[in-house]
Design a protein around this ligand. Structure first.
Ligand code: PLP
Ligand code: COI
Length: 355
């Protein structure tokens, strides 16, 4: 791919070592952009100074939400090596979302090349403090100037970068999770498996409710029976029950998380029995009550491996273990972050250096 590069003439001040980065507030000097036009395909790949884009108010994305996004990270390892984690998986998932949303496919090599190119230009923005990384947000928006409901014929693919710390303000501290019993996020046949804005728009009302009650995230139940565990707002969920690792199966209404896939792989290679299946909320409450629910954690790019200390479902508030970080949760966090930051062997070939 031929990428035209225009460097900024006004570089911004980068966060200093030790600055609190938060998540998703700070943006780097450059961004990648590429247009799609029906009949022409993807064209005009370019890296330009980060800044506003101009769209007609009738641009279709504003009205019917035809858009897809992805999330991955770049990590600073020893000797200032910069790594990505399984970017090919993000490229594949982007196209699964694109297909569901009638957005044209982005060739996987093009997606990965775009990410690598813009990270390379802004590599000095990858932070170096413990636990920090450069969050990468590729996305596609529909840009036709038209108010009819139909797939757009033109699109913009953009990749922006954000130096970030922990997604949860608490860092690697157990979070409290609200099991939502009123609203639902997605149903089979809908677009729950796709990474698209509408799924997150649908989730806000319950998230506000959970926050108001002192919980940091929502755990969704299935949209039909409101009985089976699905996933959390920004992560997949896993349980250790009687020594086994149990997680909801990919059923079409939850996001096939790349961290989920990686963690299940690690658990299996460590000899754990792993079950991907339906888990009813009653089973979970019963396991919490009889003590067989040993650990609960979430997995996600932003959330990494996030211990869950407390679960609430209707009138039941369940403390997991002693409310602290479970032993396996900690081991998985150490293994995954060890691979991502280049501190541990990567027997799976997941770490990709940006050179
Ligand atoms: N589920 C939802 C709804 C998410 O937003 C995310 C985050 O991307 C995940 C799961 C975890 O996916 P991944 O591990 O690929 O980041
Ligand atoms: C991610 O983990 O990449 C996410 O997209 C989570 C989120 C901020 C929606």
């Amino acid at each position: 791919m031929d990428i035209k590069i225009t460097k900024t003439t006004a570089p911004k001040a980068k966060p200093a070592k030790g600055d609190k980065l938060g998540f998703g507030h700070i943006f780097t000097d450059h961004m990648f952009m590429m247009n799609y036009t029906e009949g022409k395909g993807w064209h005009d790949a370019r890296i330009v100074p980060y800044g506003n884009i101009s769209l007609d108010p009738s641009a279709m994305v504003f009205h019917y939400g035809q858009e897809m996004f992805e999330g991955l990270k770049a990590y600073r390892g020893e000797n200032d090596k910069i790594y990505l984690f399984r970017p090919d998986m993000n490229a594949k998932r982007a196209n699964a979302s694109n297909e569901r949303l009638c957005i044209p496919e982005i060739p996987e090599e093009m997606f990965v090349e775009a990410v690598k190119a813009v990270v390379d230009i802004d590599r000095d923005w990858v932070p170096s403090d413990e636990g920090t990384s450069l969050y990468i947000r590729p996305f596609v928006i529909a840009t036709d100037e038209f108010l009819g409901v139909a797939p757009s014929k033109t699109y913009l693919f953009i990749v922006i970068l954000s130096p970030s710390g922990a997604y949860y303000e608490s860092g690697l501290a157990p979070v409290g999770i609200w099991i939502e019993d009123e609203y639902v996020r997605a149903v089979k046949g809908g677009m729950g498996f796709a990474k698209t804005g509408g799924n997150y728009a649908a989730s806000l009302i319950a998230q506000v409710k959970a926050h108001d009650s002192g919980y940091s995230q929502v755990l969704w139940l299935d949209g039909v029976e409101r009985k089976y565990i699905e996933e959390v707002g920004a992560m997949n969920i896993m349980f250790k029950i009687n020594g086994k690792v149990v997680t909801p199966a990919l059923n079409g209404s939850i996001l096939p998380g790349i961290t989920r896939n990686s963690i299940l792989h690690v658990c299996r290679s460590w000899g754990y029995e792993v079950e991907e299946r339906r888990i009813s909320v009653e089973e979970l409450v019963a396991a919490a009550k009889d003590g067989s629910l040993e650990e609960v954690w979430g997995t996600g790019t932003a959330a990494v491996v996030s211990p869950v200390g407390k679960l609430r479902y209707m009138d039941d508030v369940m403390t997991i273990g002693d409310g602290g970080i479970g032993e396996l949760t900690q081991k998985l966090y150490d293994e995954l972050t060890g691979i991502q930051w280049g501190k541990r062997e990567d027997p799976y070939g997941w770490r990709i250096e940006v050179k």
